[in-house]
Structures are given as C-alpha cells and as structure tokens.
Design a protein around this ligand. Structure first.
Ligand code: GFB
Length: 325
C-alpha cells in the first residue's frame, strides 16, 4: 500500500552527507531508485566539522533535501577509548549541517541517530518516549549525548524556524561496506572477520568479547536505507522514529550463527576482560510499522550477503584476528 507521500522526492536534489559510509552509501543506492538527483562531496573537499566549509558547499549546491548520515562511528571499544573524538566530531557535523540547511532553505532533512541514545536500563522494547528518562550506557555516552543533541537540533529548528527536519533512530546496523577492523568495528563485522580467519587458519577457537549474554538487535543496512527514504516521504514530526526489526538475540547466539554461515567449526571463547556494554537495547518499532514500513532481510540472509561482500572486498592476509592457534 503506497499512500501519497507527504514529501515527494521527484525531481529533487538530495545531498547524502556521509555517502561513502556503510549507511550513507546504502541510502545513496536506495535513492537511485527515486526520480531525484543525488549530491555528494568528499571529506577532502568539505570537512563537515568546519562551519565555513559546510556553508560554502550548501550555498553553491542548494540541495532541496539532506540526508545527514555522516558521523564518527565505531563499536564499544572505539567509543570507550576515544570519547573526545566521538562527542566533538558528531556535535560539530550535526550543528553545521542542520544550521546551514535552515539558512539555505532545505525543504527536508533527515538526521540519523542511534539506539544508544536511550538509557542503559530502559524498559524493553524501548519506545521513543524513553529518551532522557535515565542514565546512559557509560561506554558510549559521548556518542549518545552527541546524537541526542542531533535530535534536539532538529526539534528546535522545527519549532523556531518551521524546518521540516526529522530524526531516525536505527538499531545496530550491519552489511556491505561496514568497518571490519577488529579494534574499531561493531560486533557483527568483527565476528565475520574473526570467523573467516579462524576457518582459514584452522584455529581451535574464536574470541568473543564479553560474556556473550548481552542481547542486540541487528538490521541489514539496505533495510535501514529503505526505512530512511520511507520516513523522508511519509513522516514529518518533532519526535524521532525508531528503525529496527523488533527482534534481538544474545551475542553468544549471534557468534554461533556467524560461525555457521562462515563455516568455522571451532569453539567460542568468551573474553570477559572486554566490556559487555548495555545489557539490551531492543527497539519498539510500532511507530514505523504504523507508518507502513517493515524490514525484509532476515539476520541469516543479511550475514550471508555481508560475508559474500567481505570475501569479495576485504578478505586477505591483512586481516589479522585474535584467534587461538
Ligand atoms: O557492536 P558493539 O561493539 O557495540 O558490541 P554496542 C555489541 C556487543 O558485542 C558488546 C560484544 O557486548 C560486545 O562486547 N562483542 C563480542 C563484540 N565480540 C565483539 C567484537 O569482536 N567486537 C565488538 N565490537 N563487540 C554500539 C555503540 O554499542 O552500538 C555505538 O558503542 C553505536 O556508539 C552502536 O551506538 C550502534 O552495540 O555495545
């Protein structure tokens, strides 16, 4: 059922800020199916942390719409180890892009946040109304504060200037073009890289960080991209909207599923010297379902597609994993 869009992308120019990242590139691909012009600029040409460079780009290109998918992102270890980078870069990027979008009359902007904005112990599944209702998870509170500020920026510019700026809160995303570096990545790509090398090296076991007990929800990046475009067309409001599958699983089960897909038959070893992070962050996805959107790619199929991409693009001697020989 495709009701008339609130905002039509037909004939519009859409700037995808962060077009080279996993999410930004998937959104650019998905926008390729719309009758719109996609604008992109490299980090070398425009450093989004510098207001004057963002303004010059916006004045020159004057996009009709903006997808703000540019961010400094990383897994639990990267967040925990680089708090200043995560809060500064993300605050500067969102403040510069949102303010320039208002000044150059952008008709529609969608800001991409993350499910880590919610309190560490929010009631599960987490509804949008749980925002700011309790303390944050310590390992990524810097990134979370920056992303919460992004949501507030969009709300404030809607209130004061009437801007049609919306916020989307995706759950943990994964897929092609993800970061597979074992120290800075998220769990799913890290497990794919580890399982692949463990299989190639006939290792006895594979290291999983933490206890394996935390639960996580995973959405394939092409589904996330489709949801973002759906919200651009069909949603206009102050409150952010969760994007997810509504299903989660323990990290230990995820690790076993990845090993099954990759074909590694060794044991899992749980390294409890590494942080577990928040025990659970399952999103309540009833609002986006009411807006007519549902995910399509199952976790197993998504892992298969991601592993295929990894084999075609990343696998090779330079992938060093911390596996038991
Ligand atoms: O994906 P991840 O790094 O981030 O970790 P979060 C999820 C869970 O997987 C944690 C465990 O309990 C990790 O300890 N894990 C097991 C691993 N093995 C590994 C591994 O080899 N690598 C990694 N990275 N984790 C992030 C936030 O939290 O969620 C980000 O830090 C962002 O800011 C992202 O919000 C969506 O899910 O814990």
């Amino acid at each position: 059922m495709h009701k008339e869009p609130l905002y039509s992308l037909k004939g519009k120019s859409v700037w995808v800020a962060g077009h080279r990242g996993m999410v930004g590139s998937a959104i650019a691909d998905r926008l390729g199916k719309e009758d719109c012009e996609i604008l992109a600029v490299s980090r070398r040409e425009v450093d989004l942390r510098r207001a004057e460079q963002v303004e010059a780009w916006m004045e020159r290109m004057r996009p009709d719409a903006v997808v703000l998918a540019a961010a400094r992102v990383g897994g639990i270890f990267a967040n925990d180890s680089n708090p200043a980078d995560f809060i500064y870069d993300n605050l500067m990027i969102e403040a510069n892009v949102v303010d320039a979008a208002r000044r150059f009359d952008v008709e529609k902007l969608v800001f991409l946040g993350s499910s880590c904005i919610y309190p560490r112990l929010a009631a599960q599944p987490i509804s949008e109304s749980a925002l700011l209702s309790g303390p944050l998870e310590k390992t990524n509170e810097w990134y979370a504060i920056a992303k919460i500020s992004g949501v507030k920026l969009c709300q404030a510019y809607r209130r004061q200037h009437g801007c049609d700026f919306i916020s989307a809160m995706p759950t943990n995303l994964y897929g092609p073009r993800d970061n597979f570096d074992l120290m800075t990545s998220h769990v799913l790509p890290a497990l794919i890289a580890k399982a692949h090398v463990a299989k190639e090296e006939r290792a006895a076991s594979l290291d999983v960080w933490g206890s394996g007990l935390p639960r996580r929800e995973f959405l394939y990046v092409d589904d996330a991209a489709d949801a973002v475009v759906h919200l651009m067309k069909h949603y206009s409001g102050e409150e952010h909207v969760n994007i997810g599958t509504g299903v989660d699983l323990p990290i230990a089960d995820l690790a076993q599923l990845v090993c099954d897909v990759v074909g590694f038959r060794g044991a899992l070893r749980f390294d409890v010297s590494k942080p577990d992070g928040t025990p659970r962050k399952l999103l309540d996805v009833s609002r986006i379902a009411e807006l007519g959107w549902r995910p399509r790619v199952s976790l197993e199929e998504g892992i298969e597609r991601t592993y295929l991409w990894y084999l075609q693009n990343q696998a090779g001697p330079r992938v060093r994993a911390h596996v038991e020989a």
